[in-house]
Design a protein around this ligand. Structure first.
Ligand SMILES: *Cc1c(COP(=O)(O)O)cnc(C)c1O
Length: 500
């Protein structure tokens, strides 16, 4: 299977090349030239498999240039009971006879990004070998919180890689900062940047586009890469858990093979929900995709009107991982909806860059609306959804999952659609303990309490065990106290790699 670029479909590369490159040279994203199909009989066979076997089966359909042995190694290095606390990796929790929660947060950093970022380093190093690349990969990340830690945990001690993460010194939560500065591993580095997330992001972009600096690194046998969500190697592992969840529902006799389900996804960059759409293209019986946003509701408006307009106020919400105005993976969706029209995608993306707004054709809009519904909720509704879910089901969800639940409830109220539904749960409630405790009680529940007291109290209230990785932070020592100016970031990278 070859991969083409969304902005120039005459480009054709292997999956190893697509994963190694991340982004196509003219700025497009890599997509498979066709979608493999999974038959009903194959879905039935999935029910008898472990998560790792399912992952290998689905990945094998796309990464056709990887050998069986390579795929096995990548999958088994990433998905272990030790790292995910459960060999189910992505277990399904039944709320009632219609609603099921797909728990994607059992990984080492307690958010769904682990599912992709635990395997990406292995896919990437295998891709480097397959394309005869002799340099060491250096991953540069600017993070507003979740991605940085998930990338550090994924790349920790992976041979042939180094990783350096920059975070804004006053822009991440206490627990996120603790998670990063206590990171262990002999190939990792973490630095705070004096500034906000944009400063960190711009600094990283500047390093990526500095040809002279990249030549210097190449002479020292280093090659820069990024772990961001547009890499095909991050998207393809996300397709797996939708098939896995469907197989689990067949296994528990909640559905019969072939029954349609709905999928609800709390969305930011459009990666997770796109993976579910790709699963449908391959044969997973999905009736409707419900795209849930917080007050940064650019996708709600897009799906409902066909107009994408990023010119709007940016809201800081209690579901910060969805505070996004440019959903980069939407480009892949547009490519698909336009029938692989690279010129049309180029045109839309040029409009987004110049005007911050574009409108899709009536055809594309109709096609999108035949499959997708979209809505959003504000922070008060998010809080109410946490409270209501705890009360009705004795089950505590995090703020991102709560956005999905609130939007799902609105959808059911509007449509009366009682199709069995999977809600993607993207973070552990412990990761956003402050907001969750306020939702369950009130503001007094958190004032003057440190992170570890809050974890204990949430554990008591929810009856859930504190994730080992968060509990362990208490006894970890700070490894990184590096703070740099925003114009010293390149020097920080050089110091880490010992190049001059
Ligand atoms: C990244 C993230 C999301 C958004 O996922 P996308 O694939 O970017 O749409 C939602 N919830 C949590 C907790 C996340 O970390």
């Amino acid at each position: 299977m070859q991969y083409q670029s969304t902005r120039d479909k005459s480009i054709s590369v292997s999956s190893a090349q697509a994963i190694k490159q991340g982004l196509s040279s003219e700025g497009g994203l890599f997509v498979p030239e066709s979608f493999p199909t999974i038959t009903g009989a194959e879905i039935k066979a999935l029910t008898e498999m472990t998560y790792n076997e399912r992952a290998k089966f689905i990945l094998g359909k796309f990464l056709t240039d990887f050998t069986d042995e390579e795929l096995t190694k990548c999958v088994n290095s990433a998905y272990t009971k030790e790292k995910f606390g459960t060999s189910a990796i992505a277990p399904v929790y039944k709320l009632d006879d219609t609603v099921y929660v797909l728990e994607l947060w059992h990984g080492p950093t307690c958010a769904f990004k682990d599912v992709a970022l635990q395997i990406l380093p292995h896919l990437l190093t295998t891709s480097m070998k397959k394309t005869n690349e002799d340099k060491e990969v250096v991953i540069l990340v600017a993070t507003s919180g979740d991605t940085g830690k998930a990338a550090l945990a994924g790349f920790q001690d992976v041979d042939g890689t180094r990783i350096i993460v920059f975070y804004p010194d006053n822009g991440v939560s206490e627990i996120q900062k603790l998670q990063m500065v206590t990171q262990e591993g002999n190939n990792v580095s973490v630095a705070a940047v004096k500034g906000n997330f944009d400063d960190a992001q711009n600094g990283v972009k500047k390093i990526f586009t500095d040809e002279e600096y990249k030549t210097l690194l190449a002479r020292n046998k280093f090659s820069l890469s990024s772990a961001n969500s547009i890499n095909w190697g991050r998207l393809v592992p996300q397709i797996v858990y939708y098939f896995s969840a469907y197989a689990e529902l067949i296994k528990s006799s909640d559905i019969e093979n072939g029954d349609e389900i709905n999928v609800v996804v709390p969305t930011g960059n459009f990666g997770n929900i796109l993976a579910s759409y790709y699963a449908k293209k391959m044969g997973l019986p999905v009736r409707r995709f419900i795209c849930a946003s917080n007050e940064n509701n650019v996708l709600t408006e897009f799906i409902n009107t066909g107009v994408y307009n990023k010119n709007r106020p940016f809201h800081t919400t209690i579901s910060p991982s969805m505070d996004i105005l440019i959903s980069s993976n939407l480009e892949r969706f547009l490519y698909d909806l336009t029938g692989c029209d690279d010129a049309a995608v180029r045109d839309l993306m040029a409009k987004l860059a110049s005007d911050g707004v574009y409108e899709v054709s009536a055809d594309v809009k109709a096609k999108m609306q035949s499959m997708f519904s979209a809505n959003y909720c504000d922070d008060a509704e998010t809080m109410a959804a946490i409270r209501k879910t705890a009360k009705e089901y004795d089950y505590v969800i995090d703020t991102h999952t709560a956005v999905a639940k609130a939007v799902y409830d609105k959808y059911v109220a509007e449509t009366g659609d009682r199709t069995k539904t999977i809600i993607a749960s993207t973070a552990s409630p412990f990761k956003f303990n402050q907001s969750v405790l306020i939702a369950l009680e009130d503001h007094n529940a958190v004032v003057g309490k440190d992170e570890f007291t809050l974890l204990d109290e949430l554990s008591q209230k929810s009856g859930m065990k504190i994730p080992d990785s968060l509990a362990a932070l208490k006894d970890k020592s700070v490894v990184f106290d590096l703070v740099c100016d925003k114009n010293e970031m390149q020097q920080t990278v050089s110091d880490f790699l010992m190049v001059e």
